[in-house]
Ligand binder design. Structure first.
Ligand SMILES: Cc1ncc(COP(=O)(O)O)c(C=O)c1O
Length: 371
């Protein structure tokens, strides 16, 4: 071991695009002896998880649960249950993850109109409206709320209005927003949304919270064809979570109960206080980085407090900085995706990772490395 390297394994401070750090309280639940998937104690925990998840999502939707699988499982669940071959959809793409929505909808046989925005900017609702007007029988409009690839926060209300106007379902990717900034499903009029446990929710990766409005569930109930995916069929999964508790698959009980614990922590902190914490920590980071000549990438006014995208200054080597941060200080930050590779850093201040202490440690380390 050389002087400037920490022994491995050592605890990381996760300030990348996810996963984020997990509290010992949540980890303790992960480490408990497993219980069976039909154990009444597990069902008690799941019912509690659902009610707490509804609070975070700002919804009364009865179909609000956690799919087994990461955020992509939620994306597939929403699209596979709501779309049938030939359905017309409009998807706004302002980064990497919007592109994935398009890819999945196309694989399901939907006719997709893709509305692109420059990476780093928001999607123009008027472009969505124009596409919606040009589409007959529009079934769904989909957007990513918090584009993790660019650090942009997409305003949802204007697009929700358009979905309402065209009687289309409104699908929102809330992977990097849920638990970090308000999502407000019922207030905004979101019909389906998915997230991930590993970002602002304070739990490890492996579950994808989803919620479906009654309208979305009636579209599901009136399908002409079976859901293309058996594993992600929301009707089958719902039968396990509620009603008959019918076996569907061996759910990861420890992970679900650990997620319930992180939801309890969110409730104890209070959603509003949690949103303020994310804003405060992000503001401190951006201010400190500014003093180092590192400036935000995302459009002003639409910057996420959960994922801070910043421009790598000229003459600074992306990979060597990130390597030094990780190996010398145990600090993880993310690099750019796709066209932004080598151009930006993506610094997550999410969930348990969003603390002034973590940001000050990162700034102190960067001050040494960058100068
Ligand atoms: C906005 C967004 N959507 C979807 C995903 C996919 O989630 P996962 O990697 O957990 O499958 C991610 C992951 O980073 C994301 O940031």
């Amino acid at each position: 071991m050389s002087d400037n390297k920490l022994p491995l394994p050592f605890p990381r401070i996760l300030l990348g695009p996810g996963p984020s750090s997990v509290s010992p309280r949540v980890l303790e639940v992960m480490g408990r002896a497993p219980i069976g998937y039909l154990d009444p104690e597990l069902f008690e925990g799941l019912a509690d998880l659902q009610s707490k998840l509804r609070m975070v999502y700002g919804t009364a939707n009865s179909t609000t649960l956690a799919m087994t699988g990461t955020g992509m499982a939620g994306m597939e669940t929403c699209l596979a249950n709501l779309l049938e071959p030939g359905d017309a959809v409009v998807i706004g793409v302002h980064g990497f993850f919007g592109g994935r929505m398009v890819e999945i909808a196309e694989r399901l046989g939907a006719k997709v109109t893709r509305i692109d925005a420059e990476w780093g900017k928001t999607i123009d609702p008027e472009a969505i409206r124009t596409a919606a007007s040009a589409t007959s029988d529009l079934k769904l409009i989909g957007v990513v709320h918090a584009e993790t690839s660019t650090g942009v926060r997409q305003p949802l209300e204007p697009i929700a209005e358009i979905a309402k106007e065209f009687n289309a379902l409104f699908l929102v990717d809330a992977v990097t927003s849920l638990g970090g900034i308000p999502v407000e499903v019922d207030k905004i009029g979101i019909d389906a949304s998915y997230s991930g446990t590993q970002k602002c929710m304070g739990a490890p990766p492996g579950l994808s919270p989803v919620t479906f409005s009654d309208r979305a569930m009636s579209v599901f109930a009136n399908r002409k064809t079976k859901v293309q995916s058996w594993y992600f069929d929301i009707g089958l999964v719902n039968n396990y979570w509620s009603g008959d508790h019918m076996y569907h698959h061996t759910v990861p009980g420890n992970l679900l109960l650990a997620f319930r614990e992180s939801l309890s922590m969110i409730g104890e902190e209070g959603l509003d206080a949690r949103f303020v914490r994310h804003e405060t920590v992000s503001a401190r980071l951006i201010e400190g980085l500014g003093e180092l000549g590192v400036h935000p990438f995302a459009e002003e006014g639409y910057r996420l407090p959960t994922l801070n995208s910043v421009i790598i200054p000229d003459g600074v080597d992306d990979l060597s900085v990130r390597k030094e941060l990780l190996t010398k200080y145990g600090l993880e930050i993310g690099g750019g995706l796709g066209p932004l590779k080598g151009k930006i850093w993506r610094i997550g201040t999410m969930g348990e990772s969003a603390s002034i202490r973590n940001v000050d440690l990162l700034l102190a380390a960067l001050r040494k490395i960058i100068k």
